[in-house]
Design a protein around this ligand. Structure first.
Ligand SMILES: Nc1nc2c(c(=O)[nH]1)N[C@H]1C(S)=C(S)[C@@H](COP(=O)(O)OP(=O)(O)OC[C@H]3O[C@@H](n4cnc5c(=O)[nH]c(N)nc54)[C@H](O)[C@@H]3O)O[C@H]1N2
Ligand SMILES: Nc1nc2c(c(=O)[nH]1)N[C@H]1C(S)=C(S)[C@@H](COP(=O)(O)OP(=O)(O)OC[C@H]3O[C@@H](n4cnc5c(=O)[nH]c(N)nc54)[C@H](O)[C@@H]3O)O[C@H]1N2
Ligand code: SF4
Ligand SMILES: [Mo]
Length: 690
């Protein structure tokens, strides 16, 4: 567990946030108090540094606003008025309500709503998932992040193992496709800088001039949602100029003739019109990728939050497949590594049969007119803040406010969601519980060991699962296991990636790389555990979403601007810190970036307050006139709490909740049209009441 010295006990752990980096850390504990948190210098990816959001995480642990006892609501839903109650009473009440619904034959009227507030596997899902699985409650499909990209990449690669992001250090051409590495995946940036020092060129494809675009060699500022047209233009040039290896296409892929036919009409001039890029830039990039390899394409989820998000990721994956750069270390597609990690672990099997509902639809599900049968009567939220993170926020808040809905929220803080709870259960933070942390940005697993006893009366999510199981009289082996047994279970798969990785080794060393050699080439080398089949290419069509600058929606007349709500603040991590003044930017509350042309057309001044609205809602924020966005595109950061605007609403009051017809994948957050109106004479200080 670490070293004990006069300076205190050092406990090894890892960051729990939903961030690709999963940094390994060390907590120094003196007399039961955590005095220091630092990155583990030995970890190859973290290399001793945390990030601006987390290096003062102990302030969050000991924050005066931490929830320290169970509470019952005393005021109206949303008011945040609560009184403390004991655990026995809280568990008895929650279990009693659950029992009533189970006995009435309506276990599915209980909805487990959860996401990735912690990525430690036990506290994220394993324990509570089992509880809800055993009782047959409705499950939430956690599709809001990554699922769309997974489907897009899987349609080409089968199981979508991308390359190890660390191998990008060997690339000569690095394309950061719709990912803001320096903000969202900052420990990958040194890897990219290493490649650069050895001569690599870094290209960013993003409709916004992000911090990453500013640090890159080339920024291709595409029209939002036009990436499929760019892929087709690139493939057109690659094909026309004989830059593709026909032998590779024949051996390693299927379906090239269909993809080739799709690309034929997309000469660079046509692609230039659709993407807003100069035609010669498209020709240049195609040549560069084919002739200056290895070409590594890196993507996360930036382009998936759209109607055509899955097609964008599929297109980018087919481009990487056609290029054949996978044959060289540093070539290929680097995407989420979650597939590597989860396939190695013995994740508990779900029972079949319980209905699973797409999380983006929560507002709809909770509405009185919802056709769901049975309707949702008990909502149990853990590891998520749906009042802030879901699209069409007004609908979500109306749902949470519904009388007759009994809501339980397991939280560390009085979030915008917790304020709607009937019962709040206080939960431990990462330094207070045991967990196995996986990563979706690299190939290292980490054991997070508790450095502290739980603060106040907090209990880990897993303990809450066990307490409820006991109160419900459930007889299930996994619900009796403690956290260490559950982790040992996950590590017991016998999968080749786990060779040599034991609980004891993790406890001693803190972290371990999956047993995958550096430089292993997925889809080329035979890697035990990874199926190698031909990559599936096929026809590809550029279809912009309805609610976009190029779409067919009649809304465009009233709402002529497209809104992006990306992760933007270096000190925010989703909605974890948006309510904490010490994490907020010095310029004050939320802002909207708007291009000088659009600002001038509306008489908007830099720093003036503006109303941003559409049929779904409105928020008042400060305008920042910026060339970082393009004409027609405005950007507002995601992560601010609802109470940060005069309306008590954040950017998701505006965003589009639409989903694919088959109900899978993420909502079309970024396919959102708005209008922006300046508030006459409204300077920031007057307009913001929060
Ligand atoms: N500081 C910080 N770091 C984080 C997070 C955070 O909130 N704050 N969140 C974490 C989480 S949960 C995730 S999933 C990751 C996400 O990591 P990323 O995917 O890197 O982040 P996003 O901001 O979602 O999107 C990246 C970029 O996609 C661009 N984009 C939008 N539409 C398009 C398009 O049509 N085409 C192209 N090419 N690009 C487009 C946006 O402008 C944005 O700059 O970040 C993680 N890291
Ligand atoms: N407009 C817009 N909306 C977005 C996005 C966007 O880019 N734009 N991004 C989307 C994406 S990619 C994601 S991943 C989602 C994120 O959605 P969420 O996963 O809901 O967001 P987080 O803020 O990461 O975590 C939620 C809560 O988990 C709690 N938490 C942390 N640790 C623990 C624990 O150990 N136990 C319990 N019970 N709770 C804990 C935190 O206090 C926090 O309030 O948001 C999505 N929404
Ligand atoms: S949020 Fe990400 S970068 Fe920051 S410490 Fe956690 S894992 Fe590392
Ligand atoms: Mo995410």
């Amino acid at each position: 567990m670490g070293d004990s010295t006069a300076a205190g006990l050092k406990v090894l752990g890892a960051c729990h946030h939903d961030c690709p980096d999963t940094c390994a850390w060390e907590v120094t504990v003196v007399d039961g108090v955590a005095t220091r948190l630092q990155g583990s210098a030995s970890h190859p990816f973290t290399a001793g540094t945390l990030c601006p959001k987390v290096h003062r995480f102990l302030d969050r642990v000991y924050h005066p606003d931490r929830l320290l006892s169970p509470m019952r609501r005393t005021g109206p839903k949303g008011s945040g008025d609560f009184e403390p109650i004991g655990w026995d009473e809280a568990i008895a009440e929650v279990a009693g309500r659950m029992r009533g619904l189970i006995d009435a034959g309506r276990p599915e009227s209980i909805l487990q709503f959860s996401f990735a507030g912690t990525q430690g596997l036990i506290q994220m899902g394993v324990a509570l998932d089992r509880l809800f699985d055993v009782i047959g409650a409705s499950d939430i499909r956690r599709d809001l992040c990554g699922a769309t990209s997974w489907h897009g990449a899987a349609s080409v690669l089968g199981t979508p193992y991308g390359i190890d992001p660390e191998s990008l250090r060997h690339s000569r051409t690095i394309v950061l496709w719709g990912t803001n590495t320096r903000i969202t995946n900052r420990h990958l940036w040194p890897v990219i800088e290493q490649a650069r020092a050895a001569g690599a060129l870094v290209v960013v494809i993003d409709p916004v001039r992000t911090d990453t675009a500013k640090a890159a060699d080339v920024h291709l500022q595409v029209r939002p949602g036009s990436d499929v047209a760019l892929v087709l233009g690139l493939l057109h040039v690659l094909d026309r100029d004989g830059l593709l290896d026909q032998q590779w296409l024949a051996d390693a892929t299927r379906g090239w003739p269909e993809l080739q036919a799709s690309a034929r009409p997309w000469d660079p001039e046509r692609a230039a019109l659709a993407t807003g890029l100069p035609a010669e830039r498209i020709t240049w990039l195609a040549e560069r990728m084919a002739t200056q390899g290895p070409t590594g394409i890196r993507t996360l989820i930036g382009a998936e939050h759209r109607f055509n998000g899955e097609e964008i990721v599929r297109g980018v994956t087919m481009l990487a497949a056609a290029l054949g750069s996978w044959r060289e270390v540093g070539g290929g597609l680097a995407r989420s590594t979650q597939t590597w990690q989860l396939s190695a672990l013995a994740m508990p099997r779900r029972r079949s049969g319980r209905r699973a509902l797409n999380m983006a639809r929560l507002g709809e599900m909770l509405a009185p007119e919802s056709p769901l049968d049975p309707a949702i009567e008990l909502l149990f939220v853990h590891n998520s803040n749906p009042a802030v993170i879901l699209p069409d926020q007004n609908r979500v808040l109306a749902g949470l406010a519904r009388e007759g809905l009994f809501t339980v929220v397991v939280e560390q803080f009085m979030t915008d969601t917790a304020a709607y709870a009937d019962i709040v259960l206080p939960t431990t933070s990462q330094v207070e519980h045991l967990d196995l942390s996986h990563s979706w940005g690299h190939l290292y697993l980490a054991l997070n060991q508790p450095a502290l006893a739980p603060l106040g009366q907090c209990r880990p999510n897993s303990q809450i699962a066990r307490d409820l199981a006991a109160a419900l009289g459930l007889d299930d082996d996994l619900l009796r296991q403690d956290d260490e047994q559950l982790i040992r279970g996950l590590l017991s798969s016998g999968h080749p990636f786990l060779e040599g990785i034991t609980y004891e080794r993790l406890a001693e060393e803190g972290w371990a790389r999956l047993a995958v050699p550096q430089g292993a080439r997925p889809h080329v080398d035979p890697i035990p555990g990874i199926p190698n089949g031909p990559m599936r290419l096929g026809a590809l069509e550029h279809r912009p979403g309805q609610e976009t600058l190029d779409g067919a929606s009649p809304l465009r007349e009233r709402y002529p601007l497209a809104l992006i709500s990306r992760k933007q603040h270096p000190k925010f991590l989703n909605a974890n810190y948006g309510g904490f003044p010490e994490h907020q930017p010095s310029a004050g509350g939320p802002h909207l970036q708007i291009h000088p042309v659009d600002a001038a057309a509306r008489g908007i001044e830099d720093g003036g307050m503006v109303r941003v609205g559409n049929d779904r809602g409105e928020v008042t924020v400060r305008a920042e006139i910026s060339q970082d966005v393009q004409p027609g595109l405005v950007a507002m950061p995601f992560g601010w709490w609802n109470r940060s605007t005069p309306q008590g609403r954040a950017v998701n009051a505006l965003t589009n909740p639409a989903l694919a017809d088959d109900d899978r994948g993420s909502a079309y957050f970024h396919d959102t049209l708005v209008e922006v109106i300046g508030i006459a004479g409204g300077r920031a200080a007057e307009g913001a009441s929060a």
